[in-house]
Design a protein around this ligand. Structure first.
Ligand SMILES: Cc1ncc(C[n+]2csc(CCOP(=O)(O)OP(=O)(O)O)c2C)c(N)n1
Ligand SMILES: [Mg+2]
Length: 651
């Protein structure tokens, strides 16, 4: 049967080029009229090819010159392979085409395996999430200028969250030899400058031996606590050229650096203060990075019967333990031990937004005589420009050291320092904590039951519906995006270090979805079940990571916290309107203009389905959530990612 749709032959198409380029001389208004009449010649909709392209398409390609000898980028792969890097999430680009080719053809696409990403920010955030489960860094390759520009926010999150990521950016340095046009636009003198303020170290190797040294050094620096991202700029020429004849190259051996421990005198002084305190309180943010870290913190807390506030940068202390207390517990403390706190100032001070005259007001949360102790490796990492070091807080005993590595010595010193006549009082402190803990749990349960049957679904109800379906599995909560959704931390028993991974660090939104995929990848290899509570705003920054998850068979249960808006910002605009005695302008939406994600409502289940996920929604009735979860869990167990688009209350 003859085809009816219009056929465009190559000859006619190329002839059309002349028509199209002639037509550009017509003024726009006339051209529009001409285009609407049937007499006008049909114009190609794509950009007209240049003569150069036409010649390249029709001519016989010349045989490309072959490179002799071993490609430099093959040696680079040999170096990378010594470091046990399992995956390489990346978006492809010409500036690293040579090492890309070596990785897949010479390296066999194993250790590392290339994972195709739709955005450089997703690639870095995947590495970020992966590390927090696996404890091992990933590397990414990115296009020196534009790719690194995309990656930058995710690098900042990793920096603030003290997570190592090895970023290798392609760049064509030699202005006399690099291809003109796009490759030159995409080159820079110094691509690392883009991320230098929030990476631990960077370099631009100029020889293969230099690359070997710098790559191993970069890995070592990234993996020395405090961890952090590092960047290596990889010249395209260095990747593409063959190794020089007879060149003798070696690969330096990687030996991990031991983490910095607190000075013996400072540890003793801290132990003396803690052992003699009436009411010592431990505050932990990124203190535990392993199961052992959690165990050590429990041991210290129990030795002192000290209350523990977990700020949640990591899973530091089981929320089932009777010594776990809310942030307000600092109020009664006479000694506070802060462990890897992002913000010691805000731990002991309160800031009231929009106080008098629209200026924030500071108040103290603690008694004036309370002694403060800090163990924080981040003090070894401070840079000037970005303000992640927070307000300055005076501290009585300050250790620029790694908390987990310092815990064994501190526990020993505390046990030795507890005077015999204080043991009974310490014991009694524990009894009081048990009572307070039981009462707090009951209050949490009551609060969670509020609006149980509401539609859209309450966030507490959603948490408990999910819990009912994962509680018997070896689960890991890989991410909660959105602001203020903390019911799982309050309601699900969390005892293992991988059950809670902390947030983004830099609060750059768009972290949740890709970090959840990276963490789920690490969990997949360990046979664990990943669950992700995914907010709407966060997913829409770079939803292409859903495709990466499906393409590379990375299962997770994603339950949408779809509150149809940037709710955090709803509240900010409302607060300012209230303060100025005005009504927030809603336009035709539910939230202040610029803050809602409605009208049209995004069909996240269809978005996910289009990228290879099993998905269902929108689910607005709480009674429908349980059955949908049952189906979704079965899908995830079979190895496919599944998403439920759940309409929730704003918070
Ligand atoms: C990259 C980036 N852009 C903007 C913000 C400001 N911001 C903070 S929270 C938020 C809302 C995020 O929406 P969603 O993920 O749906 O969470 P919700 O506030 O609705 O709980 C925004 C836009 C940010 N932190 N990071
Ligand atoms: Mg939202």
């Amino acid at each position: 049967m003859a085809r009816k749709d219009p056929q465009v032959s190559r000859r006619k198409f190329l002839a059309g080029v002349a028509v199209a380029s002639g037509a550009t001389a017509v003024p726009p208004a006339q051209a529009a009229t001409a285009a609407s009449t049937s007499a006008a010649p049909r114009r190609p909709s794509a950009l007209p090819p240049t003569m150069h392209v036409a010649a390249a398409e029709t001519g016989t390609p010349k045989e490309l010159p072959r490179i002799g000898g071993v490609p430099g980028s093959d040696f680079m792969v040999d170096v990378i392979k010594t470091l046990d890097i399992k995956y390489l999430p990346s978006n492809p680009a010409s500036s690293f085409r040579a090492i890309h080719e070596s990785l897949i053809n010479y390296g066999g696409n194993k250790m590392p395996e290339f994972l195709t990403c739709a955005h450089e920010e997703s690639a870095v955030a995947m590495a970020h999430g992966y590390f927090k489960v696996a404890g091992k860094p990933l590397m990414t390759l990115c296009h020196g200028t534009v790719g690194l520009q995309h990656a930058a926010m995710a690098v900042y999150n990793a920096w603030c969250d003290r997570v190592p990521v090895i970023i290798v950016g392609g760049n064509d340095l030699d202005a006399a030899h690099r291809p003109p046009g796009v490759p030159t636009i995409h080159s820079a003198q110094d691509i690392n400058a883009l991320v230098r303020d929030f990476t631990k170290w960077d370099d631009t190797p100029v020889s293969l031996q230099h690359f070997a040294q710098s790559f191993v050094r970069a890995y070592k620096i990234a993996m020395t606590p405090p961890y952090g991202p590092v960047a290596i700029a990889l010249d395209a020429g260095l990747q593409q050229e063959p190794m020089r004849n007879g060149e003798k190259l070696y690969i330096p051996r990687y030996v991990p650096t031991s983490p910095p421990q607190g000075d013996t005198g400072a540890v003793k002084e801290a132990a003396r203060l803690l052992a003699n305190a009436q009411n010592p309180v431990i505050v932990a943010d990124r203190a535990a990075r392993s199961e052992n870290g959690v165990r050590l913190l429990v041991e210290l807390a129990e030795a002192l019967q000290a209350q523990v506030i977990d700020q949640g940068g990591r899973m530091n202390f089981p929320n089932t333990h009777y010594l776990r207390r809310p942030p307000t517990a600092v109020g009664n403390a006479d000694v506070i031990l802060g462990m890897e706190l992002t913000d010691f100032w805000a731990t002991v001070n309160a800031y009231i937004d929009n106080g008098e005259h629209g200026i924030g007001v500071n108040t103290s949360r603690i008694k004036p005589e309370t002694k403060l102790i800090s163990i924080n490796a981040s003090e070894l990492l401070t840079k000037a420009n970005y303000q992640d070091f927070q307000r300055f807080q005076s501290v009585d005993v300050s250790m620029a050291a790694d908390a987990e590595a310092t815990l064994p010595a501190l526990i020993e010193a505390v046990k030795a320092a507890i005077p015999n006549d204080r043991r009974a009082a310490i014991e009694k402190r524990g009894e009081a904590a048990k009572k307070a803990f039981a009462e707090a749990r009951e209050r949490t349960r009551q609060a969670a039951a509020l609006a149980w049957d509401a539609s859209p679904i309450s966030t507490a109800r959603m948490s408990m519906e999910i819990w009912a379906h994962i509680k018997d599995l070896d689960w890991s909560l890989v991410s909660i995006s959105g602001v203020g959704f903390n019911w799982p931390n309050r309601l699900w028993p969390m005892e293992k270090h991988y059950q809670w991974l902390g947030a983004s660090g830099g609060y750059g939104v768009g972290y949740g979805a890709p970090a959840s995929v990276g963490a789920a990848l690490a969990n997949r290899d360990l046979g664990r079940f990943s669950v992700n509570i995914q907010s709407d705003g966060d997913l829409m920054y770079a939803p292409g990571v859903l495709w990466t998850a499906a393409r590379h068979k990375i299962p997770q249960l994603a339950v949408m916290f779809n509150n149809r808006g940037y709710h955090q910002e709803v509240m900010h605009v409302q607060r300012l309107s209230n303060f100025r005695n005005r009504v927030a302008n809603l336009g035709n939406d539910m939230g202040p203009i610029g803050t809602s994600i409605e009208n049209p409502d995004i069909e996240y289940h269809k978005l996910a389905e289009s990228m290879g996920w099993w998905a269902k929604g929108p689910i607005k009735d709480p009674a429908q959530l349980g059955p949908a979860l049952k189906e979704a869990v079965a899908v995830v167990k079979s190895g496919q990612p599944a998403l439920l688009n759940v309409w929730t209350q704003p918070r």
